[in-house]
Design a protein around this ligand. Structure first.
Ligand code: PLP
Length: 387
């Protein structure tokens, strides 16, 4: 049975271009970029080319890119790195109530060490009112961190407005763009953002790769001590193959940016229309328009999300219930809770996320299967409660 993969927000398969570009650097062209040998200088060139390609996708300068081991490290480096930077600053941090655990936990860690933390509320559609940010900024505020787009609902935050408020008040602004980069255009040269996190495996490169973009002039304290790599901002031998793959994935994303995201949005919209026709009480979580082109967070009242996930998986369709990063836990998703959805809705939610290799045939299969599976799960739940 061919699988239908609708879990791209958890991880998206590597682009063939990324695999092909990386392979030589994992084999016969392997070398340490810090070595003076021919192999070393070849690896150094490859890393710098990857940096240039990634910078081009972001409209950034190559020297502003710090390669990391992924989105989690980038978020930690941004938050801890700014708070611990040697410049004399205050000690107030602002985040939102729907950040990924990588931001949330880094912020809570900082709070335990004495930083004052404000967590902003979101609306029932997962949006944020910039006036709240304005109110929350105080004379001792160092950093605001608000994600570009949410991993569970796909909802966009108004990063341009939030960043502009931060600029006015002399506060640094970090955004976790892990889910947004390569799905929507992001031009850091035109946006009031100071730091931006990205992850390789959400954009067609490899797991365990990523980067933090740090606007020139913004100081961060490095979190990994060791060698002088990444302009002394992140020690450790570079993941040469992973960086080459990131660069190749960035190039393909840039080439396809005008054409592919609208195609994916059309597939996603057809999927949602089909689901709603077959299951009229299905409900879309999050703002219906201000969201990523690829994501659907859907609640099927009376059908546990975990049960729908397992039943779909057995039928060859991969989806997530709530957030993949929290899977294994039966707690309702903190994101949906923060939006004020009641636990029953949160528990009956699945996330469908399309990606670069999704097809119309995938949508057809999903539409044939989901209504049947949801009906079966609902019948099972009704039978249990009647017993
Ligand atoms: N930030 C967001 C919004 C994410 O969705 C994820 C992964 O799901 C991460 C950060 C963590 O990225 P990584 O898996 O590369 O550590």
């Amino acid at each position: 049975m061919t699988r239908v993969y609708l879990d791209h927000n958890a991880t998206t398969p590597p682009r063939p271009e990324a695999l092909e570009a990386a392979l030589p650097f994992l084999a016969e062209r392997s070398g340490n970029p810090s070595s003076a040998s021919l192999e070393g200088s070849g690896a150094r060139e490859a890393v710098e080319e990857g940096r240039e390609r990634l910078a081009a996708l972001l409209h950034a300068r190559p020297d502003e890119i710090v390669f990391t081991s992924g989105g989690t490290e980038s978020d930690n480096l941004a938050i801890r790195g700014v708070l611990e930077s040697p410049a004399p600053r205050g000690a107030h941090l602002i985040i939102t109530g729907v950040e990924h655990p990588a931001v949330r936990e880094a912020a809570l860690h900082a709070e335990r060490l004495g930083v004052r933390l404000t967590v902003l509320r979101v609306t029932s559609e997962g949006l944020i009112d910039p006036a709240q940010v304005e109110e929350a900024i105080a004379p001792d505020t160092v950093l605001v961190s608000a994600m570009f787009a949410n991993n569970e609902t796909g909802v966009f935050f108004p990063v341009e407005t939030i960043g502009a408020l931060c600029r006015e008040r002399g506060v640094l602004f970090h955004t976790d763009a892990v889910q947004a980069l390569a799905k929507v255009p992001i031009d850091v040269s035109a946006l009031p953002i100071d730091l931006l996190s990205l992850s390789g495996h959400k954009m067609g490169a490899f797991q365990g790769t990523g980067a933090l973009w740090v606007r020139r002039g913004v100081a961060i304290a490095r979190q990994m001590d060791g060698g002088g790599q990444e302009r002394r901002r992140r020690a450790g031998t570079e993941n040469v193959g992973g960086i080459v793959a990131l660069g190749a994935a960035a190039r393909v994303a840039e080439e396809e940016m005008e054409k592919r995201p609208p195609e994916i949005a059309a597939l996603r919209d057809r999927l949602w229309r089909g689901i709603r026709e077959a299951i009229p009480d299905a409900r879309l979580n999050g703002h219906p328009l201000r969201r990523l082109p690829n994501t659907l967070s859907v609640a099927f009242p009376g059908a546990a999300g975990e049960s729908v996930l397992v039943a779909l998986d057995l039928e060859g369709i991969a989806v997530s219930a709530g957030s993949a990063c929290a899977s294994g836990s039966v707690e309702p998703s903190p994101v949906l809770r923060a939006m004020g959805l009641d636990d029953a809705v949160a528990r009956s939610t699945i996330r469908l996320s399309l990606g670069w290799n999704s097809t119309g045939a995938d949508v057809d299969r999903a539409l044939e299967t989901i209504p049947r599976v949801v009906a079966r799960v609902r019948e099972g739940a009704a039978a249990v409660s009647a017993a």
